[in-house]
Design a protein. Sequence first.
Length: 570
Amino acid sequence: MDFSAVSSALKTIGELTQEVTSLWGVDEQVEGLASELRWMQSFLKVADGIKVDNELIRTSVVEIRELAYDAEDVIETFSLKVASKRKGGFSNCIKRSACFLKEGCLLHQIKSEIEKITAKIKELTRQLKTYDVSKFGVDGEGPSSSTERRVSRRSYPHVMDDNIVGLGKDIKKLVPVLLDEQSECRVISICGMGGLGKTTLAKKIYHESQVVGHFKHLAWAYVSQNCQERKVWEDILSDLNILSEADKKMKVEKLSEKLSSFLEKNKCLVILDDIWNTEVWDNLKPAFSARETKSKILLTSRNKEIISHADKNGFLYELQCLNYEQSWELFQKIAIPPTNSPGYKIDAKMTELGEDMVKHCAGLPLAIIILGGILATKYPSLTEWLKVSANVKSYLNNDKGEVLRDVLALSYDDLPPYLRPCFLYLSHFPEDYEIPADRLIQLWIAEGIVSSKQEGDEGQIAEDVAEGHLLELAERCMIQVRERDIATLKIRSFQMHDLMRDVCLSKGKQQKFLYIADQSNAASYPLLGGFVEFLHTNFFGYSALKVRAFDHFCSSISLYRGRKRTIFCH
Ligand SMILES: Nc1ncnc2c1ncn2[C@@H]1O[C@H](COP(=O)(O)OP(=O)(O)OP(=O)(O)O)[C@@H](O)[C@H]1O
Ligand SMILES: [Mg+2]
């Protein structure tokens, strides 16, 4: 459950009452609203800590988020339109008397809006008071202890690629097929379910010395569901160092001819990551049609059918799940912090719990690292591990095929409240997008999702708090670090696994954290009917820009319902 919006509204109210010279006229209403919000916040905090799952509470949370955001909007409007104008001396007084009537109307309007919101919150409060959440017991070891552990672990952040296990056997099988110049086989496909490690294996092969030595050129392209041939071909031409400015304006057919002819004459390895279905392959194949060539195509896909469709002499490699020993090895690498003392081990009870939890992951690497990530933030508390273990049992006791979905859901539910809006905010970024950490941190702060912390004498500025949050998401394996600063180990850029992004999008939509507007529902969102202002489009390389019809720019946009209304295009 999420009470971030309530906290955010409370914070805004707190800040504004200090900022504005006077709340004269609405102070009573604002105080009434703040006290309702405070009750709601503590209620949700308790309910969240003990994971009360109840239909009424769930729908109330969605409603309270909306009401809290509305409250923020109204208070901010008051601050901008009324309170700020009250500052100033005598000259302002003359101007102000002219505006007195207008101000009076506005004041009246704001007053009644606050009262309406407060009444709605009161009604919700009344319903929720029927639930005595305290009888479930309140969690004593809350986020503060986890914060301490996080701080103590900051010097040992794990970089995902160092943690790879197994794959030796797979590489041994695949590399000879790739290097075989006599065979008719042109296309090799690594298949298996989502999160099994297909991309990880393809990456290993891409860096394998024998492979690098054999092929004259190597290229990598991420394909995905919303594949655009032009983008894929341009990416490959760019990796092959033959993409010119003129090519970018060239007709798409010419681009594929250029690529096809280069692949025919030069010994290249092209990796196409994540081919969704045979139609996607059909769209891309004109560039890979050369037969008399020593070039090879390695693709990864969840779909077994593609290989027979792509090449009748093609080679299908079905990647297997990790065996138990490999699963346990991977789990330990993630869940247990590295330490300077050799022979560092967890105690027998924790080992037993860990082994049992790993078994539930059925050898799926993504499930293992996410579970390990959850436990890493709770190390070395046996009590915390026991709690996660109980959750694993309740989340993963049904359908074996749904292991991954359940572990991903658990990883979200296990997030402490302050990390949830940070995580949900990531849903705005396009699939497979390498997110620059510094830009994200600026956005988090600008949106009021992260702010400075005052704990005793040791305050932390907002940037430091945000960096800590990002590290914690990485430690939980909910994001994949791409680049770190060598000296400070700070995250410079990261990505999100597509399956984790799906969770992020669905939770964001469910909690009304964001709206996704695409061609199908554009008309229903009032903003899209007229001018759309892309507040953060400079993030994607455009400067401030206004468009009437968003379909020229993007296939979908997401709208973040926060302090400001932020719009991202995908
Ligand atoms: N053998 C392994 N050892 C350690 N970690 C692994 C291994 N295989 C996969 N992982 C980790 O699991 C995560 C998912 O792997 P990957 O992205 O390769 O899966 P995938 O099969 O390509 O999934 P999708 O079908 O969604 O593209 C990655 O973060 C990766 O680091
Ligand atoms: Mg993949």
